[in-house]
Design a protein. Sequence first.
Length: 252
Amino acid sequence: MVLQAQEGRLTTSAARILVATAVPAERDAVARAFTNGTTEEVRLPGSAPLLRTTGGYDLLAAGVGPALAAAGTATALTAAALDGRPYALVVSAGIAGGFQPEAPVGSLVVADEITVADLGAETADGFLPVTELGFGAVSHRPPNSLVRVIAQATGAHPGSVLTVSTVTGTAARAAELRTRHPHALAEAMEGFGVAEAAAAHGVPVLELRAVSNPVGPRDRAAWRIGDALAALTEAFGKLVPALESWNPHDHR
């Protein structure tokens, strides 16, 4: 199944889109959006199996954190390219912490910028991102046209989604992140890793998150994971038809 663009649209019968989540519960929430279910399980070398849906979406629970997310996504992208059936889009999806009050629990966030928040160095004057040390990248920007399409279709709030290796657990840390990233709406642990792998393969990336808890003091009683997973299922039910109107060659 090879992605094709016909008259500026994704043809869902031909499209191949990779959806990378952290854990199977998130992957399965996405899978529930496909009423026809999954058609087959595809084993990747050294990675978790893909669930391949009838609609051309391959679902991968790549693991928790940016390193596993990057490794699993890169494996899937490489396997698809070697098979002569490359993906046209990679979606990082799952639940996330939301910065309050802009991203309340149960809401959706679509990243207009995917930024790694803790890759760099601590100094006496504060945190320095790795780019200021002369290395790498700290952010990726999904195509603006795609962000607009998904925000309109799902009701997701567009904004920056931070990738962290350590989940925020205090008000002080939440305030620090908001000071350094004033447009941040959510934090999760995989988006930047997925985006790095996608960028290495020249494939556009999207990050869509359902907010399960506030960013700040760690309070398990305030988490609404079930509600967030249900919101993720509903979002993908709207996302899939919306992608038919997006031109995959429009990377603005």
